[in-house]
Design a protein around this ligand. Structure first.
Ligand code: ATP
Ligand code: MG
Length: 663
């Protein structure tokens, strides 16, 4: 789409309505023709012998020593992949590309908030990673020692992760937007020996001190013997002699060469905490060989990535699993060129993403539904300012995507020519599990379609029997290479959470889903996000999608609230477009709208106008907190909440309405 030609206003609404009526979107013929995978037989081949299928992908990696056994399932649910094999993730992401002569290829087009640009090549990363690895080794850090990483979206975060991987020190990355107390908790829990952080972080034109905030808790964490500080914002910070090192000085002083440690396939690669939308965050443990196999294969085939010509951009923060798998390990293992942006999607202006797509010729763009909804709210004029014609594939992850957002993305960003891959997976799964193969699978807005080849998913009832086309519980029947191996130092919670409901060989996902007549999966949301109205099970996502399809609504979250008549009643928290709050007339309109889309049963009994919704720092709506508010309970764990003010505002509103009702 050329600048200025995007439809807008009524014309846009009309085209969206038309596309919403279209049930299936076949892969465009030309896309399919050129796709890496375009023969549906690949599904059968993988299903015949999934273990062999995954072994084939593992062979694409570099191994120092071959494995003895692909899958050891003798101690389920503690599975082992590529037992006896030895490899190194950093070697696979860097050395082998440099050795193959593509060291000059750009790994990251990095863009700073104020417009600074740095092109980081594979050779450049290789150089810095070796030096940082040596600096860490000099401080006595070796295989098995946990290293915390608390950095903004700057290339040094990638160097830090790969330096850890190089020496076998599992990293524990904490999203830069988290508060120091969350960092402290995660460091304490993982008994980190070192922390790599920055003097300060930049956010929307302001500079926020990081090192001084970290200093406040370091005194209480004696396990941290080394702190490496990246001079990011040029701030003067206090350095503790013997403990703190400047990153640039450490690199300069370190030896240039550091051979990658041959590590066991099951050597821990990292610990990462989940976003905390359902409960207290869990420390997910991933290991090396299987994880790298899974992320590399899915990067290549779900995104149809051709490293020689594509420019890939995953807009997530590196502090989430999406960033680990699809900014760092997947794309680098494939030798891809990516974009990395330091700032927020609305800084310096709301068109920055599209400006950068244009600037770097991005061909594959991967983001979250919540971000797409924000872009929708800001309007099609922002993308229309830029030439987005290089884009050829779009992806989403993180939440069910409501069909309207899918269609908007496809139309306004993708110019109707780009397949949209809706990818379902979790921190726990390590890599994409359910998603289309863009050259093969017809897509349906709102469905992640079918499992990636080699993955076996099912929707079952409470007894564990196939639920047919009824709504049920999503399970994964077979182990897969990138699966979590444990919860950090908590094997009991690991077994209890994932492998107790249906036994030790069936992974309980915790998401509700249903399958349609074509066998497509529609992931509905968390199991606890399902509402039971008079015995009918409704999904929050479905009701939310119906509410959001009203032209005046920007965002909505619905929850089930205890109700004398119907067991549970639907309470909707709704944000309207623009600055307006709603009135009774609007409530009536919304109820009518939902009745038309789904049925009378799904009409919200209560509507609360919200200026904003409580979200995790990764942008997911925290329905459990809304349930707490609606039921007048004390709030559960709020440490992963992005903006605590949102909660107090909502609490006041809900309390005011309660008083009204009582009066
Ligand atoms: P916690 O487990 O602490 O509550 P979380 O589940 O939000 O946090 P993640 O592992 O980042 O943390 O998110 C995985 C979840 O996100 C999935 O279980 C699912 O509910 C949702 N999800 C991710 N991608 C999709 C998708 N494409 N469609 C529907 N839901 C998705
Ligand atoms: Mg989860």
């Amino acid at each position: 789409m050329k600048a200025g030609t995007a439809p807008s206003g009524e014309e846009l609404e009309k085209q969206i309505e038309q596309l919403l009526d279209q049930e299936r979107f076949d892969p465009p013929a030309k896309f399919a023709e050129n796709a890496l995978l375009n023969d549906p037989k690949v599904y059968e081949q993988a299903a015949e012998d999934p273990v062999k299928w995954w072994a084939g992908h593992a062979e694409d990696l570099h191994w120092f020593e071959d494995w003895d056994e692909v899958l050891d399932d003798s101690q389920a649910p503690f599975y082992k992949w590529f037992r006896g094999g030895k490899l190194n993730a950093s070697y696979n992401c860097l050395d082998r590309h440099v050795e193959a002569g593509i060291g000059d290829r750009v790994a990251f087009h990095w863009r700073g908030e104020e417009g600074e640009e740095r092109d980081v090549t594979y050779a450049g990363l290789h150089r810095d990673v070796q030096r940082l690895a040596n600096a860490l080794k000099d401080r006595g850090i070796g295989p098995g020692d946990v290293v915390g990483i608390y950095l903004p979206m700057i290339p040094e975060v990638v160097v830090a992760m790969l330096a850890c991987a190089r020496i076998g020190a599992p990293h524990n990355v904490v999203f830069g937007g988290f508060s120091p107390s969350s960092v402290k908790e995660r460091m304490e829990f993982s008994e980190a020996k070192a922390l790599i952080t920055a003097d300060a972080a930049r956010r929307k034109g302001k500079t926020a001190p990081v090192k001084p905030a970290v200093d406040d808790f370091l005194g209480e964490l004696p396990s941290i013997e080394t702190v490496v500080v990246v001079k990011n914002a040029g701030e003067d910070v206090a350095m503790t002699e013997g403990r703190d090192l400047w990153y640039h000085e450490a690199l300069e002083a370190a030896d240039a060469e550091c051979a990658a440690e041959p590590l066991d396939a099951e050597h821990p690669l990292y610990v990462l905490y989940t976003s905390g939308s359902t409960a207290k965050p869990k420390g997910i443990l991933h290991t090396t060989g299987g994880y790298l196999t899974g992320v590399a294969a899915t990067t290549r085939y779900v995104f149809d990535l051709k490293p020689e010509t594509d420019v890939f951009w995953c807009s997530a923060d590196v502090g989430w699993v999406t960033g680990h798998s699809y900014i760092v390990y997947g794309p680098l293992a494939c030798g891809a060129t990516s974009v990395m942006y330091e700032g927020a999607p609305d800084y310096p202006d709301k068109d920055i993403w599209w400006k950068l797509c244009d600037r770097y010729g991005v061909t594959i763009f991967y983001t979250a539904p919540t971000a797409i909804r924000s872009c929708m709210k800001w309007g099609a004029d922002y993308p229309a300012r830029h030439d987005l014609s290089t884009l050829r594939l779009l992806g989403t992850v993180g939440e069910p995507i409501n069909p309207k957002a899918w269609v908007w993305y496809h139309l306004v960003i993708g110019g109707r020519r780009c397949p949209v891959v809706d990818t379902w997976w979790q921190t726990e799964t390590g890599h994409i599990m359910i998603a289309p193969l863009p050259g093969i699978t017809a897509t349906k807005p709102g469905s992640a379609t079918t499992p990636f080849p080699g993955i076996e998913a099912e929707v079952v009832d409470e007894e564990g029997d196939d639920a047919g086309t009824a709504q049920g519980l999503l399970v994964l029947r077979k182990p897969w290479p990138g699966m979590l191996r444990n919860l950090y130092k908590d094997p009991d919670r690991f077994k209890e959470t994932y492998f107790s409901k249906f036994g030790p060989t069936t992974y309980f996902v915790g998401d509700a889903a249903r399958r349609d007549d074509d066998g497509y999966f529609w992931v509905i949301g968390r199991v606890d996000d399902v509402i039971n109205v008079s015995g009918h099970r409704l999904s929050t996502a479905e009701v939310e999608s119906a509410i959001v399809s009203h032209p005046k609504v920007a965002e909505a979250a619905v929850i089930g609230q205890t109700d004398e008549d119907s067991g549970q009643a639907i309470c909707a928290f709704v944000t309207l477009e623009g600055e307006r709050g709603g009135d009774d007339e609007m409530v009536a309109q919304l109820r009518e709208h939902v009745a038309k889309r789904i049925g009378k049963l799904a009409r919200p009994k209560r509507v609360v106008w919200a200026d904003d919704l409580p979200k995790t720092r990764s942008g997911k709506i925290m329905r459990r907190l809304l349930r707490d508010i609606a039921e007048g309970r004390e709030l559960g764990d709020v440490t992963t909440l992005r903006d605590p003010d949102v909660m107090s505002q909502l609490e006041e509103k809900v309390a005011a309405r309660r008083d009204e009702a009582d009066a």
